[in-house]
Design a protein around this ligand. Structure first.
Ligand code: HEM
Ligand SMILES: *[C@@H]1O[C@H](CO)[C@@H](O)[C@H](O)[C@H]1NC(C)=O
Ligand SMILES: *[C@@H]1O[C@H](CO)[C@@H](O)[C@H](O)[C@H]1NC(C)=O
Ligand SMILES: *[C@@H]1O[C@H](CO)[C@@H](O)[C@H](O)[C@H]1NC(C)=O
Length: 322
């Protein structure tokens, strides 16, 4: 009767039963949900840039070799070029990093060594999206944090505003997203900010005629000093900057998108019909966004011994000098 015993043995090994589930911390960290929720509420109430900041960080982390908190690793003697090093170029929000380390600190007090940084990022992002008016979706848990982080992996995976829509579509389909899912996810641009340098070529020296002239005039004023003051930003969605709604789609159909990629989304024959649909039907957008976010949140997830629960979100547990 060796067979059933072996079978039981396999079941008890940590990496064989490594599947994400909704109740992952139910026994080991029952406070998980509340600690995340309360921190999110306090932080977002104080700093409205938190929700967009973390939503973007989450997407960038997941699309770059998986939702594994590799984006949180700070550069040090042990890792000279982590993903976060691409950060000055990507201008990820400091508030997004702050909320994660705050939650991690609180969780280490109540259940030390149990909750991964990648699960915190996934759960806090969902709570923030919901808090600013977006749809709810379920977040399955049990991700482990990466043991590597490499700045070079960012450009390879991330879509950029300088790409054609066909190239952007390719980035998403390479990760098994449909065009419809891509259009829904990009509705995230209904909140948050964009730095002037990301769209300066559309307003200086001449105004891009695909941009609404009033928006262009406003941005030319807002961004006039952007080469000196690189912190200058504009709202992604002028009409309801802090509310997660379908205004992004209405805006881009009127030439009120900031990025070239936002404009292209509104005119490309494969994306425009979907943009029009979401502009008319917020519920359709919410349903599709929620489903697509569930899909984002399990991209390249590491479980079992493929990863670790970091003690600090910005460092690997075992630092080996490079
Ligand atoms: C279609 C391809 C996409 C491109 C080319 C793109 C590019 C950008 C760029 C250049 C910015 C401005 C960053 C800054 O100046 O600080 C931005 C902001 C943002 N993006 Fe995207 N993005 C894309 C898709 C997405 C997706 C799929 C999500 C999330 C699901 C997302 C979420 C955000 C958010 C929330 C912001 C605001 C960030 C903040 O306020 O800190 N983007 N995006
Ligand atoms: C930022 O972008 C510039 C210009 O594209 C590039 O030369 C530089 O290496 C990038 N820096 C990082 C840290 O990725
Ligand atoms: C790709 O996406 C489809 C639809 O969302 C899903 O059913 C399928 O399992 C995914 N395939 C891979 C390889 O992730
Ligand atoms: C740009 O700089 C000038 C001169 O320092 C200043 O008067 C002006 O208010 C600045 N504009 C903006 C939008 O910050």
């Amino acid at each position: 009767m060796a067979y059933p015993i072996l079978f039981l043995l396999f079941l008890s090994l940590p990496f064989s039963s490594a599947k994400l589930n909704l109740d992952y911390y139910k026994a080991t960290c029952p406070d998980f949900e509340n600690v995340v929720k309360e921190n999110v509420f306090i932080k977002q109430t104080a700093v409205s840039a938190t929700a967009p900041g973390l939503l973007r960080l989450f997407f960038n982390d997941c699309i770059t070799d998986g939702c594994d908190a590799s984006i949180l690793i700070a550069s040090s003697a042990y890792n000279r070029h982590p993903e976060r090093d691409a950060n000055p170029n990507l201008s990820l929000s400091g508030d997004a990093f702050d909320i994660i380390s705050k939650i991690k600190n609180d969780l280490e007090l109540v259940c030390p060594g149990v909750v991964s940084c990648s699960d915190i990022v996934a759960q806090a992002t969902r709570d923030l999206v919901k808090m600013v008016g977006g749809p709810f979706y379920k977040v399955r848990l049990g991700r482990k944090d990466s043991k590597v982080s490499d700045a070079k992996r960012v450009d390879v995976n991330l879509p950029s505003t300088k790409m054609t829509m066909d190239q952007i579509i390719e980035k998403f389909t390479a990760k098994n997203f449909t065009i419809r899912e891509m259009v829904a996810l990009t509705g995230a641009h209904t909140i948050g900010f964009t730095h002037c340098k990301e769209f300066s070529d559309r307003i200086y020296p001449k105004v891009d005629l695909t941009m609404h002239p009033k928006l262009a005039a406003g941005l030319r004023t807002v961004c006039q000093n952007y080469t000196v003051d690189t912190s200058m930003v504009a709202f992604n969605d002028m009409s309801s900057p802090n509310t997660f709604d379908n205004a992004y789609y209405k805006n881009i159909l009127k030439g009120l998108g900031l990025l070239t990629s936002d404009y292209l989304l509104s005119v490309h024959p494969r994306t425009r019909p979907i943009v029009e649909e979401y502009a008319k039907d917020q519920q359709a957008f919410f349903v599709d966004f929620a489903k697509a976010m569930e899909k984002v949140s399990v991209l390249g997830v590491k479980t079992g011994n493929k990863g670790e629960v970091r003690n600090r979100c910005d460092q690997f547990n075992n630092n080996i000098p490079e």
